[in-house]
Design a protein around this ligand. Sequence first.
Ligand code: NOJ
Length: 559
Amino acid sequence: MTADPGTPWWRSAVIYQVYIRSFADGNGDGLGDIAGIRSRLPYLAGLGVDALWINPWYPSPMADAGYDVSDYRNVEARFGTLEDAEALLAEAHTAGLRVLLDIVPNHSSDQHAWFREALAAGPGSEARRRYLFRPGRGAGGALPPNDWQSVFGGPAWTRVSEPDGRPGEWYLHLFAPEQPDLDWTHPEVRADFDSTLRFWFDRGVDGFRIDVAHSLVKEEGLPDLDGRSPVPSPRPNGSAVPPHPHWDRDEVHEIYRAWRRLADSYADPRVFVAEAWVDTPERLARYVRPDELHTAFNFDFVRAPWKAAALRATIDVTMSEHAAVGAPPTWVLSNHDVAREVSRFGREQIDEPAFDADDLRDRPFDRALGTKRARAAALLMLALPGGAYVYQGEELGLPEVEDLPDEALQDPTWIRSEHTRRGRDGCRVPVPWSGTSPPFGFSPEGTAAAPWLPQPGNWAGLTVEAEDGDPRSMLTLYRTALRLRRELPALGDGTLRWLDAPDGALAFARDPGFACVVNVSAEPVVLPEGSRPLLASGPLTADGAVGPDTAAWLATSAG
Ligand code: NOJ
């Protein structure tokens, strides 16, 4: 964290993503839980991160791993109780860790009281107006109301049986059918989410990650896509972004201005991070204007291939767009929705974004190369100005698990794509903590229940226990980098200055007295004059240069 005490913490925070289902199982049912997180707080504090972001822990039928919330102001029994949650918050704060939760405003679960009420109340009822129910098209209303597609595959509409048993209206779900979209033009929807935010803020929660923040507002009349992409489609900055009927509509910002006022009303202001998959960096920056959200995940960094020009271009445009609105950038290498970076970088790097495990699976994989590049990428990420996210297991160098048996798959993508896309389970496999065979300390000793997703038998070398204290391990690299990040005033919030570097390498300076060299080429890169290595992602060459796929942090006399 930056040494300047006047800088708000979130401008330079390193936030660790706790995917609760897979982090640590305290009660022995094979599913991670709050007790598990509490037992591992010393590990997280020792890692040197500033805060945790915990994926949804609310009551949920788990049709989409908790992103189908049936009660926003309680805790799923399989994860613990509200008292457990409060105890975790208190203990995390004592350990110096802030806690962000995950709010899911675009859709609820189909088991939420509101949706059940809407089904029972029938067409034309007040209760239906909290969601997006519409009559179908075609004879007898047998066709969906428009051509929108679910992100998980298939139409974004499901037809209901009315209380009298006849086929009736359709409701919108941009994700699974168990995740009906809420209608954000309804004042009760807005008021209820305000209450939810306050409920958790009043219990000491420090902020929220906002799920699909770009989807809440739909175009009036719900017009057809008419050939527009059903998913956001990244394009170069400056290119025209035609309005989309359900992604990234301008009207969504007014909701976040109201949320910002609410967060600012606390003596210790609460913060937001937007999950917004939008078309250009300029569109992303709109979410972090001074009166809106504090930060947004920088998915362009996730999308960037391991190529110097692409990385530099992403860094430059991210920095300039965020600077234009006065917000700090964030840097992200992975999360619970994308293939782990060891597995992305261990493949031939193509210009097309390839962060989806289904798009990688058939391409040859070199784990040693992927790990080497992931180590260098970690030093790059943690040296860049702004904040960063570390997804659990990233600090251990876990690869994507690409051979999960069909019967183990739980991501709705698998079923909704009619078994053509396997989905995101490969990056959600439970964390290996210790020991030499599954469950690798994920569940308490003697637990009979297997982890909810099977761990590979060969992860003994990737456990926290195995990597702890090993100078060559990914864990040691992360711990050292995070410690230096806290110590060095140059790191965290601020700016960078590019230094001359050969083709295929990145080199930048940060004041005072810091430089980072990242070699993405095959040729060694000599250290800038007058600099000395502080930390490197791999051994330097015999002449003290930075070898291929290696990064180094340097102390410089300049600045
Ligand atoms: C984004 C979440 O990260 C993802 O896991 C989820 O499936 C969708 N939003 C729908 O809530």
